[in-house]
Design a binder for this molecule. Structure first.
Ligand code: HEC
Length: 495
């Protein structure tokens, strides 16, 4: 995983005029850390938004930018094991200061500015250093300062016996406390049974967009964002039995979060978390991880075994309800939509984690477990009269999807192969029957560009090779013309 964008970075001009931190960030950091600091390429790179690393004492981030970072590093509960190349030679002190000042004051961050002098003195003090930092080494020098997940958090404790969420607004609390750690916790409440707690605090979201919230309580309660009830757990029961996961569109910046909780008798626990839609991990607002695992289900990796392609027939995030997953030997994977009659996602590495659906009876959609996920399309691109006629598996478990389009039949076969010496997906398209050629959309999401001859790039990580014909682009769509009786093989490889 050392596919760095150094040539690209080196070719960019030094924006030497104004020290516009946002502009410099876009130029020097966004390729890996994402335009909004969310971690580029679906979180293959670690995020800066929500990360404690650039906050607090700025020396830690200054040193990382100057000399790079390599080896395992944990950000928000997830571990990356990559290499960030040093940026010190490319960036003068003023630019590093401007970028870090921007990072420290964006996406809800409120840390103070970084001065060029501070960068200058660290650069001078470490003039002889050439090796990259490792996380344990730099954390020893500059431990992370943990910022509270909820700001100005206050808890209100109530006495009462409830088997359903009461209207707490009409009740009088028996205790009120400031929670300086900003974490929803039952540890200090000091009551066993027959009580309620309400927490109110500020939640800062990093960007406009879709979010997911997770709420679970033993016995019950409500999750309320800006006065709107997002989730409710009613009745009496253990944790995990009634967990609610909801999506909500929200805006960048501060929001008011209110969490209501009641405990009847027995065990007690509360779990609250959020994440950007599709983000790999939850940001926990409760300390409940100590009471149970953050993930409610065990890892059950599904993978090709003994040279046979694995199949996954449950909801896959990023495709439609009737998406079917195939994990081929060699670590190349496909999600094909039987609603849209086309491939929608391809990726490398791990196929799917079956634990969620096998132990949780299929709530929600599971994202691909691997890397380099490429979204090919998510809209219908086939002709209106196209009909799905099912699929067949060959003895190795490789699928051929079958469709009719008017009086013609289209066969779409997939098997593993190689492209430029690396594992690849080999797709053979065969149009059978009299009629016109078919304009087939290969992708309308990831852009396709000709490299030379019959080789193309697809998005930033993928390669396409055709054994016949050529791809035409129409707007953002890459179109392959299929002539009846003349099969075309398209190979999808990774750089
Ligand atoms: C070529 C890709 C790349 C570029 C460009 C890059 N980084 Fe990184 N950065 C990484 C990787 C990869 C890691 C994790 C390294 C590891 O696994 O040890 C990282 C880690 C970090 C971390 C610590 C972990 C975290 O997520 O908070 C900070 C802070 C950071 N980078 C800041 C920056 C800033 C600021 C810039 C722009 C000046 C920048 N990086 C440019 C790839 C990059």
């Amino acid at each position: 995983m050392s596919r760095f964008l150094l040539p690209l970075l080196a070719s960019l001009p030094l924006a030497a005029s104004a020290q516009d931190g946002g502009q410099l960030f876009a130029t020097y950091c966004a390729a890996c850390h994402g335009a909004n600091g969310e971690g580029a390429m679906n979180g293959q790179f670690p995020p800066l938004s929500g990360s404690p690393w650039p906050l607090g004492n700025p020396d830690r981030a200054i040193k990382i930018v100057l000399h790079g970072l390599q080896g395992p590093v944990e950000v928000n509960g997830r571990t990356w094991n990559l290499e960030m190349p040093p940026q010190g030679a490319a960036l003068p002190d003023e630019h590093i200061a401007a970028i870090l000042t921007y990072v420290r004051s964006s996406w809800g961050n409120k840390a103070d500015a970084v001065t060029p002098d501070r960068v200058k003195s660290i650069r001078a003090a470490l003039a002889n250093r050439s090796e990259s930092w490792k996380a344990p080494e730099i954390l020893k020098l500059h431990p992370l300062e943990v910022t509270p997940p909820l700001s100005d958090l206050i808890s209100y404790v109530y006495d009462g016996t409830w088997k359903n969420p009461p209207d707490f607004t009409t009740l009088k609390p028996v205790a009120t406390e400031e929670e300086h750690k900003g974490l929803i916790s039952l540890k200090k409440v000091g009551k066993k049974d027959h009580f309620g707690v309400v927490w109110e605090g500020g939640l800062s979201l990093p960007a406009d967009g879709d979010y997911e919230f997770l709420f679970d309580a033993d016995d019950g309660g409500r999750l309320i964002l800006d006065g709107k009830t997002l989730a409710e757990v009613k009745g009496i029961g253990p944790i995990d039995s009634r967990a609610v996961q909801v999506s909500e569109k929200s805006t960048k910046g501060p929001h008011k979060l209110r969490v209501e909780y009641y405990e009847f008798e027995g065990q007690e626990e509360i779990r609250v978390a959020w994440r950007k839609n599709g983000a790999p991990g939850w940001t926990w607002l409760s300390d409940a991880k100590s009471g149970g695992s953050a993930k409610k289900w065990p890892d059950i990796p599904i993978e090709a075994t003994a040279g046979r392609t694995a199949i996954y027939r449950n909801f896959i995030k990023g495709t439609t309800a009737r998406g079917i997953g195939f994990g081929f030997p060699g670590g190349v994977n496909l999600a094909w939509s039987a609603d849209h009659l086309q491939p929608e996602l391809i990726w490398t590495g791990k196929f799917m984690d079956g634990g969620h659906h096998w132990t949780d009876r299929g709530q929600g959609a599971e994202p691909p477990a691997g890397e380099n996920v490429v979204a090919l399309s998510s809209t219908e691109t086939m002709p209106k009269d196209a009909r799905f006629k099912g699929y067949k598996l060959d003895p190795k478990g490789n699928p051929t999807f079958s469709m009719t389009i008017g009086s013609q039949r289209l066969l779409d076969s997939w098997k593993p192969g190689t492209l430029q010496g690396k594992p690849a997906l080999v797709r053979t398209l065969t149009l059978v029957g009299q009629g016109n050629p078919l304009s087939l959309t290969l992708s309308d999401k990831a852009p396709v560009a000709l490299v030379s001859g019959s080789d193309y790039t697809l998005g930033s990580t993928t390669l396409l090779h055709l054994d016949a014909g050529k791809i035409e682009t129409q707007g953002s769509s890459a179109i392959l013309k299929l002539t009846p009786g003349q099969p075309v093989t398209v190979t999808y490889g990774w750089k």
